[in-house]
Structure formats: C-alpha cells, structure tokens
Design a protein around this ligand. Structure first.
Ligand code: FES
Length: 168
C-alpha cells in the first residue's frame, strides 16, 4: 500500500530518504499486493546504505502495509539482505552440497588467507566482507563464489588473489 508523499518516520531517528521512498513506491506499483515487493524494498534500502539497519524495518513495513515482524522475517531469512554494516564488496562463498563436493573448503580457506579475515568478518580497510551463503543456483559451476553481483565459478583456490584484484 502506497503512502503517497507522506513522510515516514520511525523510531531510532531513522528516516527513509526521498530517493528510497520514491524507489520503493515505484516498486510497489509493480505488484497487485504490496507485500510482494518486500525483498525489492529491502534491496533498495541496502543499495543506498550498504545494509539494512533495524530502524528501516518499521517505515518500510508501513509503506508495504504489513506488520514490521513480517518484514523482519523476510529480512532475516533472505541471506542477500545484510543486517550489519559490510565492506565495500561482499564475497559470498557457497557452502551448499554441490560446492562442498567440488572444493568449498579449499576455496573458503583461500579467501580466508587472502583477506586475513574469518567468515562473517570485514577486512580492516573496509574493502571486503567474507560470508558463507547457501546455494547460488550455479551448482554446475562449483566451487563458486559471488562477489557483489558477480558470479564466479568454478574457482581454483590458486586464482583467488587475482579474482579479488578488480574490486577496489
Ligand atoms: S551448491 Fe553451490 S551453487 Fe549450488
């Protein structure tokens, strides 16, 4: 449900920007049921801020016309929505079954060594966050990894440093 031009203000002093509101309203317009725009609305906030703060849930839920806990559930379930600040680039290493069978552990270890962080951590310079992720839908390309929106696979662990170079 669109809220028109009404300013949406939430607790914790969180306010959606005009650009975020306009983009979310536009997205809602694509669906007969605004609830269906939940993931895209969260992605819009993430695009603008790099992650989805807790304070965003209530105003976005208000725009969608759904209870905040429902949107919180979507945000928590969907692994590509980040609920904590992340680095400029997010490296997501697939840890599901096909990639496990085709070298996940070696690939994970190569990223851990190259970045100097463990899974779930961000490099000190804020350049990369390293995360595990469930199946990327590219099981025939395991072991695979997604860096930002780029899918790479199969990735040879020896290629990891080279793979990271373009992501400044
Ligand atoms: S198991 Fe890794 S992409 Fe499907």
């Amino acid at each position: 449900m669109s809220q028109g031009n009404m300013k949406i203000v939430a607790t914790d002093s969180f306010v959606l920007s005009d650009a975020e509101r306009h983009e979310i309203e536009h997205e809602i317009g694509h669906y007969p049921d605004a609830r269906a725009a939940s993931i895209e609305a969260l992605k819009i906030v993430q695009k603008h801020r790099g992650w989805v703060p807790d304070g965003a849930i209530t105003p976005v839920a208000a725009m969608l016309g759904i209870p905040p806990p429902d949107l919180e559930g979507v945000a928590t379930f969907y692994s590509l929505i980040f609920r904590h600040p992340v680095g400029r680039h997010v490296v997501k290493v697939c840890d599901s079954i096909s990639c496990h069978l085709t070298g996940y552990e070696e690939l994970r270890d190569a990223f851990v060594a190259a970045l100097g962080v463990r899974l779930g951590e961000t490099t000190r310079d804020g350049r990369f966050t390293l995360l595990p992720i469930c199946c990327l839908g590219a099981c025939d390309r395991g072991a695979c990894v997604m860096i930002d929106d780029d899918l790479h696979g199969p990735v040879d662990p020896a290629q990891v440093k080279q793979l990271l170079e373009p992501y400044a």
